[in-house]
Design a protein around this ligand. Sequence first.
Ligand code: CP
Length: 330
Amino acid sequence: MTPFPSVLESVEDLTVNQIQTLLTLAENIERDKIHLTSQNSLKAPIVYTLFLENSTRTKLSFATSALKLGAHYLDFPLQTSSVKKGENIEETLLTLKAQGADLCIIRTNENNFFKEYKNNPPLKLINGGDGVNEHPTQALLDLYELLKFFQGGIKGISGKTLGIAGDIIHSRVAHSLIKLLPKFGMKICLYAPEYFLPYEITENPNITVAKNKNDFLVSTDLVYLLRIQFERLKNTEEEITKIKDSYSVQFGFFLSDAEKHQRYFMHPGPVNIGLEIDLSLLKSKYYLGHRQVESSIPVRMAILLSMLNNQDQNLNPKGKNAAVINYTTL
Ligand code: CP
């Protein structure tokens, strides 16, 4: 089997087999079937998060996952670091590497940030969201959640349609899902105002675009909502107010939508209550966002385990033993 990559930039860095193996490992972790064998703390891997954009879920679920695995975990202190004195990220990563760091999860506003590190990374790297490009670990945990929701393994999701609604053009999660889910037989239906629909995505044969909310809900098996990423909009304040005032009428989802069509709603978070989702829907049984967060722990533990244990000799040129996490499957 192809070794797990040392840079996870995109869902396309993993084969279908690797993804299936990864999600089986996540399932074993969730079912308490993985037993960590005793670690010498001096040899435990050192995992960093370096987040240049804000985050609650991704950063803290990687932190939780690293700690649960017995790794040493540190969050890079951006505001008090030498990055604020002008040091670039490459020098920063080389410094972390020299201090013994094994893996770093990075979030950045720079699209395709990881490309330059693909062939020669200073240490193992995971994309925690790069601009509007990709958010591979969110898409992988969403796939795990979809498999749980529909049941029956790959057969259970094959042929099903995931509806994605909202600010698709700025959503790195949507871009990863659109690449990932068709590999497992899923179809995608989009629903968004014209200005949030990326042109190249609507040319994709796995994707349809719904004309109105009713058609969208009828033609999808499960809905994935996205918030408007106001921080990325170039509009004037007046235009943004106009979007805020009118958006929910056509593109917001309510408990009545869920009840009428018996549809469940995923959301990567954070939510903008009153825009893409009404409070009544958020608080109902039809909202799966918190289940996605629960799934993020076993899936991100599985990602960390797979990458830390991939035996990449290029990252240990002096014949030093790589820091690994030993475990047995019960
Ligand atoms: N889903 C997600 O990326 O959430 P955060 O921005 O809180 O990490």
